[in-house]
Design a protein around this ligand. Structure first.
Ligand code: ADE
Length: 232
């Protein structure tokens, strides 16, 4: 069982997010538990303030460290980062993180029993969350989102489908893109003609050796065109 706790100022964002497809099935099967927590619940002041002006001046607001420390302490049951068990990953989502890849997903899915995801907001998060609380700082790509919430969804989706038993067909997770360093080959289904576009003849022949060869070549061509960096 993988427990996913999300710390966010927009818990409603996640209300239906885990009610579809493989994540829904994995939850029903008891493989994963997901819970979005309102960061404001860990504030002590009347107005539940979670942000403040940056030291040194400048634009925008910074998410305060203290409520996040309190939230992570309560959700992990650990008073400091040094006391997390190895199976606990506390992930700060930010554009300054290391880039999330299938390899990172596999590493986390293999070892973790609890993942706490901290969603950043505004102009940033007090750096002490990264320094003293998070085990990982992760970015889902080189672009800036308005908050870490969509990134938390992306990370959880990628993790859940790697949990043993989450996919109906156990082989799917290993055969797809990136697990073999090539993009996936193209897929077609009925009808044989759409908008004047046909289906490669070989796929209709039933010749499995030829089909396998075509798929390998097509995956290579697709990778060459869309992701030449993967071939280097
Ligand atoms: N928050 C803002 N941009 C992000 C990104 N690219 N990845 C993760 N969290 C983010």
């Amino acid at each position: 069982m993988l427990r996913c706790d999300i710390i966010t100022i927009f818990p409603e964002f996640f209300r239906e997010a885990f009610d579809y497809g493989i994540i829904r099935k994995a939850r029903a099967a008891g493989l994963v538990e997901t819970k979005a927590h309102d960061l404001r619940g860990w504030t002590n002041d009347k107005h539940h303030i979670v942000d403040d002006r940056p030291f040194g001046g400048g634009e925008g607001m910074v998410l305060k460290a203290e409520p996040i420390f309190a939230a992570v302490q309560e959700l992990t049951g650990c008073p400091t980062r040094e006391s997390y068990p190895l199976e606990t990953r506390v992930i700060l989502l930010s554009p300054q993180g290391r880039v999330f890849t299938q390899e990172v997903a596999q590493d986390i899915a293999k070892h973790a029993s609890q993942v706490v995801l901290i969603c950043g907001r505004y102009e940033g998060v007090d750096e002490r969350v990264s320094e003293g609380l998070a085990t990982d700082e992760i970015s889902i790509g080189d672009y800036v989102l308005s908050g870490g919430e969509p990134a938390a969804l992306v990370v959880i989706d990628a993790l859940v489908r790697l949990l043993p038993g989450a996919l109906g067909n156990e082989s799917s997770a290993t055969f797809e893109s990136f697990s073999q360093a090539l993009l996936d080959h193209p897929h077609y289904t009925r009808p044989t003609e759409v908008a004047g576009l046909g289906v490669p003849e070989v796929l209709l022949t039933g010749n499995h050796a030829e089909i396998a060869r075509w798929r390998r070549d097509a995956a290579l061509r697709k990778t060459q065109r869309n992701r030449p960096d993967l071939l280097k």
